[in-house]
Design a protein around this ligand. Structure first.
Ligand SMILES: Cc1cc2nc3c(=O)[nH]c(=O)nc-3n(C[C@H](O)[C@H](O)[C@H](O)COP(=O)(O)OP(=O)(O)OC[C@H]3O[C@@H](n4cnc5c(N)ncnc54)[C@H](O)[C@@H]3O)c2cc1C
Length: 485
């Protein structure tokens, strides 16, 4: 397989080439700030913009270990989705009324981000052609039913069922057995969005130090953020570090980190035309190790696999397992050819992977770190963060500004619970569960009923679109994680 030599994702490569960014400015002295944000992905950048929008005089500094957008935000599949598909999980955590409010807010975010990009001149290739929750086989058909009905009880129909022929015809995937379509969903070039947010944050007066890794946060008021060549004394610190936040054991117990893996083909616009796939529809199927595919502006197909299909990290270290090229490029290409047979013979031009911070219930959680009331975090987006990170900016903004509102008090502000075992049991368990997930997907493809043991093991996996099994984490008055390493 032909891999381009650059280790970064196709998207970040493209974004950096387009924007000709100013050189990164690493921190090389001691600074002070009202708020120091750690992490330059969507969560950190939206929070920075939110804070400056609400309080323009606030002194906000953001540090990023590499470049803004070099984490998951610049490597993801670019599906800008609401939380309607996760309504059952939201309801379990938040209750009916709050789930409805938050799902509606997540839906509004799609237009909000589109409007923000238009106003701020961010060309993130945002196109709102909807999202198809596809059934790749008969067993997956109707996976959306309970969700659609639960939302329908409120007189709403954001997701509508499609017959197999319509689903298959819309994206040239003849094997699809059905689907459910959410019209209000968009595709973005993820790194262009991240880099655009970085520019807007700078324009609003946020100081950004790239190539500046956090070494340690020293508790206190102010807290001290140590980096290799400088330190920031900040009244409040916001950890927007995605998977890398598992360095803190109190967060690690509630988050499992696995790579999400992607490939992209060379431009094949004439093949897409022949398949009848002429738009920016995004598709993901109902596998437990889900597969997703979408087109790009220049007529490529990006194809990825999520769930627990990637490489697992071990303990509190997140490193090479989620960086560079994917270990699964060959099987990904085989899956692309199986799903989209009209692309037979088309190679993968590039592969990459990125970290996914999976929580048990598939939704993020927010709180304060240990006994430090002025150090906040938000983590656990579980592969669905482009839209939700905009809401995270509101939640973290309200927490950091101590504003008592519907965001600082929402049930997603909750204490992390021990959802995953410590190592080595976590890694062993993850591998066993992955084997079961593979067995289930294979059985579904072959029209067999998976064995009892397989079904049991599958029920232990973190939630995807279907609701999770097990107890619900309770919102806490002072949600906190421990600082132990
Ligand atoms: C392959 C893949 C496909 C995905 N597809 C989708 C999708 O289609 N739709 C969707 O909604 N979501 C998707 N996601 C998830 C989505 O990308 C994330 O939920 C979202 O980007 C999280 O944003 P974030 O800012 O929290 O994390 P990140 O973007 O990862 O930002 C965290 C930042 O912290 C920085 N950092 C880490 N350690 C340190 C340190 N010590 N000091 C300073 N900085 C540090 C990192 O470099 C990184 O830039 C996908 C994820 C992956 C990996």
């Amino acid at each position: 397989m032909d891999h381009a030599p650059h280790p970064r994702s196709h998207w970040l490569h493209e974004a950096l080439a387009l924007e000709q960014p100013p050189d990164p400015v690493p921190l090389e002295r001691h600074e002070r700030a009202d708020v120091c944000i750690v992490g330059g992905g969507y969560t950190g950048l939206w929070t920075a913009i939110e804070l400056k929008t609400r309080e323009p005089a606030l002194d906000v500094v953001l540090i990023e270990r590499d470049l803004c957008g070099s984490g998951a935000s610049g490597r993801n599949a670019g599906y800008l989705l609401s939380w309607w598909a996760k309504f059952l999980s939201l309801r379990k955590i938040c209750g009916e009324a709050e789930a409805l409010r938050i799902a509606r807010a997540s839906d509004a975010v799609v237009d909000e981000i589109a409007g923000f990009c238009a106003t701020e001149g961010i060309d993130a290739d945002l196109r709102e052609d909807g999202w198809l929750w596809a059934a790749a086989n008969a067993a997956q058909r109707g996976a959306w039913q309970e969700t659609v009905e639960a939302i329908g009880a409120h007189g709403l129909a954001p997701i509508v069922e499609w017959p197999a022929a319509r689903a298959a015809g819309r994206c040239g995937a003849p094997g699809l057995a059905g689907g459910a379509f959410e019209r209000h969903a968009a595709r973005v070039q993820p790194a262009l969005l991240a880099r655009g947010l970085r520019r807007v944050a700078l324009e609003r007066g946020v100081r950004i130090h790239e190539r500046t890794p956090l070494v340690e946060v020293k508790a206190g008021v102010p807290a001290i953020v140590e980096t290799p060549r400088g330190r920031i004394r900040a009244e409040r610190v916001i950890l927007a570090m995605n998977a890398w936040a598992v360095r803190w054991a109190g967060i690690r117990k509630a988050v499992m980190v696995v790579s999400g893996d992607m490939i992209v083909t060379p431009p094949v616009p004439e093949r897409l035309e022949a398949m009848g796939w002429r738009d920016a529809l995004t598709v993901s199927d109902g596998r437990t190790l889900l597969e997703y595919y979408r087109t790009t502006r220049d007529g490529r197909v990006a194809f990825g696999k999520g769930g627990m299909s990637g490489t697992f990290t071990y303990g509190g270290k997140v490193g090479a397992e989620v960086e560079g090229r994917s270990d699964f490029a060959e099987p990904l290409l085989a899956a692309l050819h199986r799903t989209l047979p009209a692309l037979a013979g088309v190679p993968a031009e590039r592969s990459w992977r990125g970290p996914v911070d999976r929580s048990k219930d598939g939704l993020p959680f927010f709180g304060t770190l240990g006994r430090s009331p002025n150090v906040f975090f938000g983590v656990g987006f579980s592969g669905n963060g482009i839209g939700p990170c905009r809401l995270a900016g509101r939640i973290l903004g309200s927490l950091a500004l101590e504003t008592k509102d519907e965001w600082s008090t929402c049930p997603l502000v909750r204490a992390p619970t021990r959802d995953f075992p410590p190592e080595p049991f976590r890694l062993l368990g993850s591998r066993l569960i992955r084997r079961a997930l593979l067995a289930k997907d294979r059985a579904d493809d072959e029209g067999r009923r998976p064995s009892f043991v397989t079904r049991l093991a599958v029920s232990l996996a973190p939630a995807g679109l279907s609701p999770f099994d097990g107890p619900v984490a309770q919102p806490a008055a002072t949600p906190e994680a421990t600082t132990e390493r």
